[in-house]
Write a new protein. Structure first.
Length: 391
């Protein structure tokens, strides 16, 4: 909660929700309201990368901000987050409640965090997660994080709101902005980059001489003898000749990655949080090595814009005698929870893709007008990861 500058009296501002998505191991929480749980270097060692994160809302621009409003539409504005004070606009649905666009985003499989009133009697701010919708009735399905109470008074974990109630509760205005109230109908998307990994064999297994000493013949001076080899053809397996070498079977595979900077365009803006200095890094198990034509396992992606997709590939040699286990493709997150984790990690290829984003947050004022937290800027690394078990 200290990442979000959450206060006990006024909760969490919507702009801080987006910032929390970007939070990575390159940042520490600026608040210390809850020092025992204050993150110091990202969310933890298992989550070094931040997420793609965007915020959007409908209504008039806040005081002091200007922008062109399309004729016949309510302006929908989003924080440009570049520190230049510019607010961008695009079309929204009638009356400012953009539930139809929300349903299209949900139809793409992307959940959306919404700032709403708690209920019709309690107009305090409350975040819910939209996860789906009923196409027949246009009702929205949401997860409610409150989940408290006892028996019949227990808050349900999942709620279903028809359009009228959905828009009524969603019409929540924040009063804590530095230049006046923030308009209502706020929604945020927080998601990792979509990263996929695959491979294909580009030649059949080939017998090759290796420089690895035989088991019953130790290397000279007690060290492994490493000898310079030669390459057979442009896609051939490397052949290393050593006096104590033994025959090994190697093959060549092409490893391909597809990387998408997650953003449900056009519902969320592509001009927010452009990632600079993006890289793709391939990790290999011990029985694999980059082919001589592969200059590096780290490839530059340059600038990545929200919604953009890049394809990359490497040529990799496989020593089949060292290969262990027959395993299936899985995500990095799922892999970490398998019972055969050790074996899988010995046979896994991994791909990490990431880039740098910068942002700035305005001061956070309590509802009584006093300053809760000053303005600040940040720079974080966001991206995604995937893993593939080789067999």
């Amino acid at each position: 909660m200290d990442v979000c500058r959450t206060t006990r009296s006024d909760g969490t501002l919507s702009l801080d929700v987006v910032r929390a998505g970007h939070f990575s191991s390159h940042s520490s929480a600026v608040a210390d309201t809850y020092p025992a749980a204050r993150p110091v270097h990202g969310w933890g060692p298992d989550h070094p990368l931040g997420l793609a994160a965007f915020g959007v809302r409908a209504g008039a621009p806040p005081a002091g901000r200007t922008g062109r409003t399309p004729r016949g539409h309510v302006a929908e504005w989003v924080d440009a987050r570049g520190g230049d004070g510019v607010w961008s606009h695009k079309k929204s649905g009638s009356g400012g409640c953009w539930w139809q666009a929300l349903h299209r985003v949900l139809g793409e499989g992307v959940p959306v965090v919404l700032l709403m009133a708690y209920d019709d009697e309690d107009h305090g701010g409350h975040y819910r997660l939209a996860i789906g919708y009923d196409a027949a009735t246009n009702a929205t399905l949401l997860l409610d994080p409150w989940d408290r109470g006892v028996g019949v008074h227990r808050q349900p974990q999942q709620v279903r709101y028809e359009v009228d109630k959905m828009c009524r509760l969603w019409n929540k205005t924040e009063s804590n902005g530095p230049e006046g109230p923030y308009p209502p109908f706020f929604g945020a998307v927080l998601a990792p980059w979509r990263v996929s990994l695959s491979y294909r064999h580009v030649q059949p297994p080939t017998a090759a001489y290796s420089a690895v000493p035989s088991v019953d013949e130790p290397a000279a001076n007690g060290k492994d003898s490493i000898h310079t080899g030669r390459v057979i053809g442009s896609l051939g397996a490397a052949v290393s000749m050593g006096s104590s070498g033994r025959r090994r079977h190697t093959s060549l595979i092409e490893v391909r990655g597809i990387i998408t900077y997650t953003c449900p365009i056009p519902h969320f803006p592509a001009n927010q949080s452009i990632a600079s200095g993006a890289l793709a890094e391939l990790g290999l198990p011990a029985f694999m090595a980059p082919h001589s034509s592969t200059s590096s396992l780290v490839l530059p992606l340059g600038e990545m814009r929200p919604g953009e997709t890049r394809s990359i590939s490497w040529l990799v040699e496989v020593d089949q005698e060292l290969q262990k286990g027959a395993v299936a493709a899985t995500s990095a997150a799922a892999l970490a929870h398998t019972q055969e984790k050790k074996l899988a990690l010995e046979s896994v290829l991994s791909l990490s893709a990431f880039g740098w984003v910068s942002g700035s947050l305005p001061p956070y004022y309590h509802s009584n007008g006093s300053l809760a937290f000053p303005a600040y800027s940040y720079r974080d690394r966001i991206g995604g990861r995937a893993a593939l078990r080789y067999y």
